[in-house]
Design a protein around this ligand. Sequence first.
Ligand code: CMP
Length: 144
Amino acid sequence: IKERTLIAVKPDAVQRRLVGEIIKRFEQRGFQLVGLKMLQASDKLLSQHYVSLQRKAFYSSLLYYMTSGPVVAMVWEGPNVVRSSRLMVGDTDPATAAPGTIRGDYCLHISRNVVHASDSVEGAQREISLWFHPSELVDWDVCD
Ligand code: CMP
């Protein structure tokens, strides 16, 4: 079953030149890149993306962080990509993210945790439609 997820390289990781490293891990695993762009995320986009966090104490600092520089948004496709990518990214809190995961290898603070990964298939569909126009997603077949 073809599944898709939204992975976003957050501003701290772009600043730290981690874009290639993060793309490499998803390619190496065998997932297929079907959408990719760099953008300065707007408050409007982020308020929709993080709608479920609007009442959290850290919400305004989260938006400040996410607008502090460009983000690299990607859509990755493959079997169980939503669940697998959450495992590859690691726990939200870097303190408990396992070594070998992206967060476990590259960060220390929950408020600068390097990368976003959708947390469910439904969430991924919602987020992909917020970040990408359908015409920006490319269907391509893997050659044998
Ligand atoms: P992510 O799981 O990608 O999406 C929600 C984000 O909110 C999360 O990453 C963190 O960047 C941020 N976040 C979650 N909990 C906290 C917290 N306690 N303090 C600061 N930021 C947080």
